[in-house]
Design a protein around this ligand. Structure first.
Ligand SMILES: NC(=O)c1ccc[n+]([C@@H]2O[C@H](COP(=O)([O-])OP(=O)(O)OC[C@H]3O[C@@H](n4cnc5c(N)ncnc54)[C@H](OP(=O)(O)O)[C@@H]3O)[C@@H](O)[C@H]2O)c1
Length: 266
């Protein structure tokens, strides 16, 4: 176990959204391979439980929507680890919403986690990485960020913004020796998706997703997107002209429009 991280390019990793789902799997897998992992989320009990189960994981609770808490978490990790080789900014929320239950406060709440939450972590991460001329920042977005999809009124724009932010940062940081990646998963079986009542094509297990993310980051890829069937379909949808895309939504993706139950929801 002592030199188990020899096959990985990182000694220290910060993961947000590490209390459940994909983030938890990433923390467990990386720690098992000898990496020191700082695990951030709001649920302190779950982080402490995780750290108790897997040696090498340090719980660093924080709410990513609170810039001061995130900066303090970053400072704590820098002191404990001496540096952060890789940050996987994975904390996120999914609040299914369409036009019939559109709610501006819920849209803002989703943006606060899925987009501003990234920004709150990126701000303290950048200066020491530029100074060291090394480091890797991975933003977890979604294939749902490729194009506006049904029920995505709050979620899809937050993930489109995350993808756009990753593109901007990649362009600016590569000349400083700092890598940036964006992770775009399809459906993964986690507490986030357990609420979904609609069919989830090509649903994957979280350990499978975590393995693909680690492999992609290890290769230094900019975009890590999976499963390929979902990625191919949605990338094709992205290049379709609007009339063809809206035909697809109307007839294939959401035939009949929003479910009636959604239309009556308060
Ligand atoms: N599952 C999928 O199908 C899927 C597909 C595409 C993309 N993704 C993305 O993958 C990432 C992980 O999702 P998941 O499926 O693993 O979901 P999950 O099991 O619900 O995990 C979400 C994580 O984010 C944390 N979190 C939420 N709000 C937070 C906040 N304000 N501050 C700090 N941490 C917060 C949660 O911890 P606490 O509640 O303890 O704070 C939890 O650890 C998300 O960004 C999600 O959008 C998921």
């Amino acid at each position: 176990m002592a030199n188990a991280a020899a096959d990985l390019p990182w000694k220290t990793v910060w993961i947000t959204g590490a209390s459940t789902g994909i983030g938890r799997e990433l923390a467990v897998m990386l720690a098992a391979r000898g990496v020191r992992v700082a695990a951030t989320a709001r649920n302190v009990a779950k982080l402490v439980d995780l750290a108790g189960q897997v040696p090498g994981i340090m719980p660093v609770p924080a709410d990513v929507t609170n810039a001061d808490e995130v900066a303090a978490a970053h400072a704590r990790i820098m002191t404990a680890f001496g540096g952060i080789d890789l940050a996987i900014l994975n904390a996120g929320v999914w609040d299914p919403m369409g036009a019939s239950d559109f709610n501006a406060a819920r849209v803002a709440a989703t943006m606060a986690v899925n987009y501003a939450g990234l920004a709150n972590a990126i701000e303290p991460l950048i200066p020491p990485m530029i100074a060291a001329r090394r480091g890797h920042i991975a933003l977890v977005a979604s294939v749902a960020g490729y194009r506006g999809l049904p029920k995505g009124a709050a979620y899809a724009p937050s993930k489109a913004a995350a993808i756009s932010l990753a593109e901007v940062l990649h362009g600016d940081l590569e000349r400083h020796g700092v890598k940036v990646s964006v992770v775009n998963p399809g459906f993964v079986e986690t507490p986030m998706t357990v609420v979904n009542e609609f069919p989830m094509p090509y649903l994957m297990k979280p350990d499978d997703a975590a393995r693909r993310i680690i492999r992609g980051l290890q290769k230094g890829k900019f975009e890590i997107a999976f499963p390929w069937q979902m990625v191919a379909m949605l990338k094709l949808a992205r290049v379709l002209p609007y009339p063809a895309y809206f035909w697809l939504v109307r007839n294939i993706i959401a035939p009949g429009g929003e479910p009636a139950a959604e239309k009556t929801r308060e």
